[in-house]
Design a protein around this ligand. Structure first.
Ligand code: G1P
Length: 300
């Protein structure tokens, strides 16, 4: 089995970040020097994955523009001797981008949910195993084999139908995520026998939350066909994963390492935290920004 395709869903409305997301995708909000989704694409390219499909939606055109070649801008910058500004602007010669649009169903005013978005990738991935990377989640890694590579290795070795990245969250955060129920102690690489979308703290089966990276076999599409609307009336990917388990498939998790950080750009607080972390570690300005923070904090 060789995994080479990635699906990046970016069709969500980003309502928790309004008004910043009224006419621009939350995936295009800058964190430090780059838009969120560029970190996601670079993470995939770093792991050797170069066929990337975006599941887009209304008002998401700027994502396609961002990953397009821009000869006019390039010419302008080279005239000014500023090509370096173009480096890492998101466009990559070797990467193939594909786009499909999640149409809002007739009976709804909002997209049909993450599960419905992933169902749209069936033609793209066909019978292959594939990676799903949420376009609003940045994974920042230390100096070791990247998260998705570790997931692929385990997924293949254990012949899993689904492998999910998870991270421990605080008790009062479990209601923001999909939460898994490990078989056994759930240390670094483990099987699960349950998963629930955004449970209340009293119903949560653990504090291990889905961290925005998944690997699936094409069985997920049969599971999605059997999935009824769940949390907020949407087709939830989490519910489809629970059906996969019921169908008798192996679903496993890989826990993020201590020096791997997940930034979920889902609400103002998590967005501020992400921006601060990237700003204070900026190579050029980080030192001065840290000094600025220290100075500002003294007056609070
Ligand atoms: C989605 C998933 C959830 C997962 C989360 C990770 O929720 O439904 O299971 O834990 O992403 O960021 P959303 O953030 O779209 O509400």
């Amino acid at each position: 089995m060789s995994i080479e395709k990635v699906v990046i869903p970016v069709a969500g409305l980003g309502t928790r970040l309004l008004p910043a997301t009224k006419s621009q995708p939350k995936e295009m909000l800058p964190v430090g020097r780059k838009p969120v989704v560029q970190y996601v694409v670079e993470e995939m390219i770093d792991q050797g994955l170069e066929k990337i499909m975006f599941i887009t939606g209304r008002d998401k055109r700027s994502i396609e523009d961002h990953f397009d070649r821009d000869p006019e801008l390039l010419a302008h910058l080279s005239q000014a001797g500023e090509e370096r500004l173009f480096n890492g602007s998101g466009y990559d010669e070797n990467t193939r981008f594909f786009y499909t649009r999640q149409i809002i169903p007739k009976d709804r005013q909002t997209p049909g949910g993450l599960g419905a978005a992933i169902a749209m990738a069936h033609d793209f991935v066909s019978e292959e195993h594939f990676v799903v990377a949420l376009g609003d989640t940045i994974i920042r890694s230390g100096n070791h084999a990247g998260l998705v590579r570790r997931m692929i290795k385990s997924h293949e070795a254990k012949d899993a139908a689904c492998t999910i990245a998870v991270v421990e969250v605080e008790e009062d955060e479990v209601n923001q995520y999909g939460i898994v129920h490990p078989v056994g102690r759930g240390r670094t690489d483990f099987e699960i026998d349950g998963i629930v979308e955004k449970p209340s703290p009293s119903d949560a089966p653990s504090r291990l939350a889905v961290a925005g990276r998944y690997i699936f076999s094409s069985e997920i599409f049969s599971a999605l066909e059997r999935t009824s609307p769940g949390y907020q009336g949407e087709i939830q990917l989490t519910d489809a994963i629970r059906i996969l388990i019921k169908m008798g498939h192996t679903v496993r998790c890989i826990r993020l390492k201590k020096d791997e950080h997940r930034y979920d750009i889902g609400n103002p607080e998590s967005y501020y935290r992400a921006f601060i972390d990237f700003a204070i570690s900026d190579q050029q300005y980080g030192y001065r920004i840290r000094q600025y923070f220290q100075q500002r904090l003294r007056s609070f």
